[in-house]
Design a protein around this ligand. Structure first.
Ligand SMILES: C[S@@+](CC[C@H](N)C(=O)[O-])C[C@H]1O[C@@H](n2cnc3c(N)ncnc32)[C@H](O)[C@@H]1O
Length: 339
């Protein structure tokens, strides 16, 4: 049986269940916001027990100390809230979950384990003002924009740890320290791939909406490029592209012979581009349509990233203030364009 795609019920297969729980891998606990309950996979995972090493590295980055009050966004199974409760005392732990049934199940589980943190059903993007101010805020759902309520509800000097990534893809955990003026800044720590905070999900329209009923390539402009689509597919370069090519996202249409078409689309459904990857080729065919030349945008960011020595996540950081949210390279203030 393929454990990647099958449901595992503790009472039916306790050994396999415990083995899965202790494996260093994420376990999906809900599909499609709970609307899919059948066996196997739904369309998208909407809740999970995160990978243990990721949980521990984020808790490590949170640097909690006795007496700290902590807000967690994304209760999920309740495991992280249990760990925090064990360390700090449940009276110092506030956890918010948008999904009612996950929240109720987690609350019950936490109670059964002897922990009674404040388990709140609500939109974590709002934070939880009733428990503020917090010394620490940890998000276990990813964001593309730091909700300003989190800054307002964190004490100066407090720390916010959250998976942050642009719409395009590429994501890493950021560790922000809140300043006296209410802004926050800090480094990215390392790659992550969390499910998105519900309110920040992107509505991705189907390709046919971009083509306006006409067959591909419709009215697109044709050109060629020497940059392989293979070069722009890794997580760190996707992050850099996403920061500087905002409101766009990629999708690969794969074919049996190992070739594929990289589709780029903008979220406002005005522009698209395709680049065809064929193994062994050195020139690749590009089609672009709409006011944005999306492949050219991607290519120019790739060239910039390459010229910087192909920095990984650890060379980037984020500064957030009331108006803006900007990614920097190597030192605060050395901001990347756009975003
Ligand atoms: C990776 S899971 C959390 C794992 C959890 N910390 C644990 O220990 O099991 C992400 C959770 O974030 C929740 N979520 C998504 N959007 C949210 C929002 N706006 N507010 C609160 N929770 C949200 C999802 O429903 C999901 O349960």
């Amino acid at each position: 049986m393929n454990r990647q795609s099958d449901r595992l019920i503790r009472t039916e297969e306790p050994e396999a269940w415990w083995e899965a729980v202790y494996r260093d891998a994420p376990i999906t606990t809900q599909w499609d916001d709970g609307t899919y309950t059948g066996p196997g996979r739904g369309r998208f995972p909407s809740s999970s027990n995160s990978m243990p090493t990721m949980v521990f590295s984020m808790l490590d980055a949170l640097s909690v100390e006795p007496g700290h009050r902590v807000l967690e966004i994304g209760t999920g199974t309740g495991w992280n809230a249990a760990l925090l409760s064990q360390r700090l005392g449940a009276e110092n732990v506030f956890t918010v979950e948008v999904d009612e049934s996950s929240a109720e199940t987690a609350r019950k589980r936490l109670e059964d384990a002897g922990f009674h943190p404040a388990t709140v059903i609500g939109d974590g993007a709002e934070g939880y003002a009733q428990g503020a101010p917090y010394d620490r805020v940890i998000a276990t759902a990813s964001i593309g924009r730091v909700p300003r309520q989190w800054l307002a509800q964190t004490k100066p000097g407090g720390i916010i740890v959250a998976p942050w990534g642009p719409t395009y893809g590429g994501e890493a955990v950021v560790r922000l320290t809140v300043a006296d003026d209410g802004s926050a800044s800090g480094p990215f720590l390392g790659s992550s791939a969390f499910m998105r905070l519900r309110a920040q999900r992107t509505d991705r329209k189907h390709i046919r909406e971009y083509l306006g009923g006409r067959p591909w390539p419709a009215d697109a402009h044709r050109s060629t490029t020497s940059l392989s689509p293979e070069a722009v597919g890794d997580w760190p370069v996707m992050f850099v592209i996403g920061v500087q090519v905002p409101d766009a996202f990629p999708w690969a249409e794969t074919y049996d012979d190992g070739s594929y078409t990289l589709w780029l689309r903008d979220t406002s459904v005005t522009s698209w581009a395709t680049t065809d990857y064929i193994p062994g080729h050195e020139e690749f065919e590009v089609y672009q349509s709409g006011p944005r030349r999306l492949w050219e945008e991607v290519e120019s960011v790739y060239r910039w990233w390459d010229a910087q020595g192909r920095p990984g996540f650890e060379r980037f950081g984020l500064t957030v203030d009331a108006e803006r949210e900007r990614v920097w390279l190597d030192r605060p203030g050395n901001f990347l364009g756009s975003a």
